[in-house]
Design a protein around this ligand. Sequence first.
Ligand code: NDP
Length: 474
Amino acid sequence: MKKLTNDFGNVVADNQNSLSAGAQGPLLLQDYILLEKLAHQNRERIPERTVHAKGSAAYGELRITEDISKYTKAKVLQKGEVTPLILRFSTVAGEAGAADAERDVRGFAIKFYTKEGNWDLVGNNTPTFFIRDPYKFPDFIHTQKRDPRTHLRSNNAAWDFWTLCPESLHQVTILMSDRGIPASYRNVNGYGSHTYSLINDKGERFWVKFHFKTKQGIKTLTNAEAEAIIAKDRESHQRDLYNAIEKGDFPKWTVKIQVLPENEADKLGFNPFDLTKVWPHSIVPLIEIGEMVLNKNPENYFNEVEQAAFSPANIVPGIGFSPDKMLQGRIFSYPDAQRYRIGTNYHLLPVNRARSEVNTYNVAGAMNSDTYKNGAAYYEPNSYSDSPKEDKSYLEPDLALDGAAQRYAPLDDDFYTQPRALFNLMNDNQKAQLFSNIAASMDGVEKSIIDRALAHFEKISPDYASGVKKALGL
Ligand code: NDP
């Protein structure tokens, strides 16, 4: 029989009755086991993520099946390479206890434990986003969260913001389409969403978008189907993912990229770094490069899912950033959120720790459990050959930039072409769902805001506007 101990290994003789003066109390302050239990319980929760608080994750691997060495020298993307990973799915707006089957974007955050350090691709199940400047992000998220006075979610705030920031219309159309409530996490596509760069061994740069196409097929829920599920099960996506993996039905995604040589970025006719737009497949075709599988559940939800910390700042040689303003905002805000949420040394936790060598001069800090192994020096530069040194051969090729510093409004105000392309792809049933989902989400919205929305829908397509009007009973 294992002996029960406290956190420091001291054996516990009685775990049912606290130490008291006499049978009817009061308790004695010296009952250190009682104090430890109560104090630890008070600290069991860490701040939940401001966004993407409710999630599910699983381990798996990425297998590269095609030779794309002409685009990138990244080891993780070379043909035949197999890389372990963890993928966390999430809803965005709800709190940690929110129901899974809600209408929302789904997070699709992958951490690849590569031989050259961690590479995090922190995407969504949508190829686009609501905004294209991180300056707007806190305001946008306020409209998705609770009103500070009523503590209620507000359709009015959401539609007020969306209609005043019409760059959101593309993402709103995706969110309100049939794909806005996936049947499960196994039935969603994933997108890196941002434009990133690939760099080959000749120092040539290519702009790239990453796509993960579900092999389980897209499956979705109507509002009514989702409501019936939520009434009985708030954890439907967690349950589905966990059970599928436990019974060996491992979900898989085909991995594809779109690639544009650095000097062909203007081929698109719009800013290739605009997160509210996709790269049309007819201009930049998809190239299949491999397969991703999820095959192992975490052992401990808190340690491996709640404390999993993803950041688009984690990048490896051969994969780089792009001028996408939203990406640059996230390069700051994700690690900042993790330091606040988990702590300075969050990178040392097993789920976050690189599986390749880490030789950093960042030391100490709360909860540091690392073994210092940098040789004679604890600073850089230094004179000691056994201490780690920088290596300039890893510098990225020059990226030409120009322009005077200013708070520029985006040059492009075409908010309608891509939502129109999506609308035109939908069959009648999907259009009917789009109209009724929008109408349902406008419950309680002021008339002037509905009118502003209808004016935008009219510019996407008169059929879009008239469909929503009819669904609203106008
Ligand atoms: P294509 O016909 O080549 O591609 C259409 C894409 O739309 C497919 O990837 C399809 O995904 C996806 N799709 C279909 N219905 C929905 C939906 N309700 N929500 C989100 N995605 C959906 O056309 P284009 O490349 O010219 O793009 C046309 C429109 O398709 C875009 O304006 C955009 O809204 C949407 N789209 C485009 C993507 C891209 O990277 N080009 C990616 C995703 C969407 P699947 O193959 O899994 O069915």
